[in-house]
Structures are given as structure tokens and as C-alpha cells.
Design a protein around this ligand. Structure first.
Ligand code: IPM
Ligand code: MG
Length: 364
């Protein structure tokens, strides 16, 4: 199989971790007789510094023409004076939002599970963590308050003000709900739809629409949950969740909470897809500019994002498994990067972790 993959390494640790994933995918390609061609494009703070734009038109063109996109992370240091002087639509994050929109990636899938090899890493009380957690957040990605109308000004009474709007259409909710129900069918057959129905009109439409979609999936249980309660339930008993479907902003917040509960945010990856197989795959964690270039970043989430791409966009299940097996093997042997280190394990640098994983990739 021949595939053209765009790499958006981005900022901070992005280049180190995407390099690791590219190397792992290249090893798979050579073992299984595929040809993966990787092309690097600019997005984020690095793009702003070189071109003045967080998402150059050239990058959009290349991504749209590709078979899929691998992303590291975007974002500068929180106290970067140059980046902080930019208006919102010129910030590094605008690059990420722009590429999601341009590629029509409405469905962001973020699995969060407790890895057996990292038992004890969860910040939850042991008896709660022991019940297990294996959930997937299906986050609507190109609608809601992120993309609603916004504005602001100065008013004689209020002073300076700004506003953003949350808006959803039946069409937008229907397509994301379908993804969640389809996914639940292949899992434990439960969908929890999270909204703020007691306050927001957009949430009332969300809930009504999800229930409409549910009629086509009588084999799947549907539970409605208010977002504030969901934040509690996630720490009280995360084992109750199978597939969560929610809006852009609620999904942003809850997926960070869920990732943190696993205690291994450096291990989790996510996919973003629209109506085609051309998707965007990335680690869940951010650009961590404070540790960039120190060779301590954990490349596992990005390597596993590469595996997700092989499976979900290219249908290369065996190849994806070969990468996942290699990661399991290295963890089973006790190798850990600093972020997932625990007593009795062997701490390694990021580059060492990368070498160990690539070496361990074998054809089944
Ligand atoms: C994420 C990130 C982005 C988001 C930022 C970087 C724009 O937090 O992917 O969750 O809010 O969607
Ligand atoms: Mg986020």
C-alpha cells in the first residue's frame, strides 16, 4: 500500500515525538511491504514565526491532498510575549482549529483507559481505580462555542466586554451521535450523552436529537448526564462509562479530566475524522514547551496515534497491532520515561524509548 502522510510536528516537544512515530511507521512499512511517504508542513507557533500565519494556505492544501495527517502539538510557552501579543485568530491554537475545520473533522475520538502496565499511576483511590476504566469520548469538533459568532466592544455601562456563542444544529448533532452509537455497538453498548440541558437551549436540542438517533440503535443503552454531574461521576466511578458523546467545549474539558484519571496522559492518542478516511491523528497531551529539546518527552502517545492512523484510516489492522505490541513489550520489560516512572522501573530518555519501541516492532 502506498500512502502520503503529512506531518505537522508543531511546537515544543512536537518534533521529537512525531519523529518517533514516523520512525515506527517506517519500520512497519518496511516489514509489511508498504510505502509511506512523509511530508512535513508548518502549523502553530513555528508557522507564525516563519510565515506570520498559524495555518499557511500551503499546509491546508497539502493536508487536503494527503491520505492522513499526523500532528505533534501546537502552542507556545504561556508567557511568550510575542505570541501573547497576537489576536486570537492569529494564535498557534487557531492553526489547529483551522485545520480541523478545513478538513471537516467533526468527530474527535479520545479513548482513555487504564493501562495494566501502569496500574497505580491513576490519581484515583485504589479501590475506585481497581474497578477499571475503559472509555471513549466522542467529541464534536467543528461546531459549538469554538466556532460560533463572537464579538465584543466597549459599552458606557458595562465597560469592555466580549462574547462567544454556542450553537448546534440537528444535522451537526445527528452525525456525531451516529458515530457514538456505532462505536458503542462494537464495545459495551452504552452511550452517555453529556449536556447542560437544564440551562442551555443548544443542549436541549442536543438531547432531543441524540434521542432521535438512539431510536435506530435499540441495542445500545442511552444515558443522559449533565456536564457538572459528569465531572463528578468521572472521578467517583469512571467504570460506569463506555462511550461518551458531547459537545466541543464539554468534550475538551472532560477529555482532559479522563486523561488525567488514567495517570498516563503521555500514553493517550486521539483521532479526528469527518466523512472520509483522511483524518488527523495526535497525542492527547500538549506541546510541553518547558521540556522541549531535553529528550525526556514520552513519545508513546504519538507512536500510538500512528497506529490509530494505520487502523482507522488505512484499514491496516495487523500493522497497527504490530506497533501496539511493541509498546506493550517495552512497557512490560519495565522501561519508563520520566512522566510514567514508578518504583522498580527503569527510567529512559525519550530517544531511548523511541529506539526500544522501533526495535521491538515485529511482524506477527
Ligand atoms: C485540544 C486542545 C485544543 C482544543 C486547543 C489547543 C485549541 O485543548 O485538542 O483539546 O481546545 O481543542
Ligand atoms: Mg483540550
Amino acid at each position: 500500500m502506498k500512502k502520503h502522510i503529512v506531518v505537522l510536528a508543531g511546537d515544543g516537544i512536537g518534533p521529537e515525538i512525531t519523529d518517533a512515530a514516523v520512525e515506527a511507521m517506517q519500520k512497519v512499512a518496511s516489514l509489511y511491504g508498504h510505502e509511506f511517504e512523509f511530508e512535513h508542513c508548518l502549523m502553530g507557533a513555528c508557522a507564525i514565526r516563519e510565515t506570520g500565519e498559524p495555518l499557511p494556505a500551503e499546509t491546508v492544501k497539502k493536508c487536503l491532498a494527503s491520505d492522513s495527517v499526523l500532528l505533534g502539538a501546537v502552542g507556545a510557552k504561556v508567557d511568550d510575549p510575542f505570541i501573547n501579543s497576537l489576536p486570537g485568530n492569529k494564535r498557534p491554537e487557531a492553526g489547529l482549529l483551522g485545520i480541523r475545520k478545513a478538513m471537516g473533522l467533526y468527530s474527535n475520538v479520545r479513548p482513555a483507559r487504564l493501562f495494566p502496565a501502569l496500574a497505580g499511576a491513576s490519581p484515583l483511590r485504589k479501590d475506585i481505580a481497581d474497578r477499571g476504566m475503559d472509555l471513549v469520548i466522542v467529541r464534536e469538533l467543528i461546531g459549538g462555542i469554538y466556532f460560533g459568532k463572537r464579538g465584543g466592544g466597549v459599552d458606557p455601562d458595562m465597560g469592555e466586554y466580549a462574547w462567544d456563542t454556542e450553537q448546534y444544529s440537528v444535522k451537526e448533532v445527528t452525525r456525531i451521535a451516529k458515530i457514538a452509537f456505532e462505536m458503542a455497538r462494537g464495545r459495551r453498548k452504552k452511550v452517555t450523552s453529556i449536556d447542560k440541558e437544564n440551562v442551555l437551549d443548544s443542549s436541549r436540542l442536543w438531547r432531543k436529537t441524540v434521542h432521535e438517533v438512539a431510536k435506530d440503535y435499540p441495542d445500545v443503552e442511552l444515558v443522559d448526564m449533565l456536564v457538572d454531574n459528569a465531572a463528578q461521576q468521572l472521578v467517583k466511578d469512571p467504570s460506569q462509562f463506555d462511550v461518551i458523546v458531547t459537545s466541543n467545549i464539554f468534550g475538551d474539558i472532560l477529555s482532559d479530566e479522563a486523561a488525567m484519571i488514567t495517570g498516563s496522559i503521555g500514553m493517550l492518542s486521539s483521532s479526528s475524522l469527518g466523512d472520509t478516511k483522511c483524518g488527523l491523528y495526535e497525542p492527547i497531551h500538549g506541546s510541553a514547551p518547558d521540556i522541549a529539546g531535553m529528550d525526556i518527552a514520552n513519545p508513546i502517545a504519538t507512536v500510538l496515534a500512528g497506529a490509530m492512523m494505520l487502523r482507522d484510516s488505512f484499514g491496516l489492522n495487523e500493522e497497527a497491532k504490530a506497533i501496539e505490541r511493541a509498546v506493550d513489550k517495552v512497557l512490560d520489560k519495565g522501561y519508563r520515561t520520566a512522566d510514567i516512572m514508578s518504583a522498580g522501573m527503569q527510567q529512559v530518555k525519550g530517544s531511548e524509548m523511541r529506539r526500544l519501541i522501533v526495535e521491538s516492532i515485529e511482524k506477527a
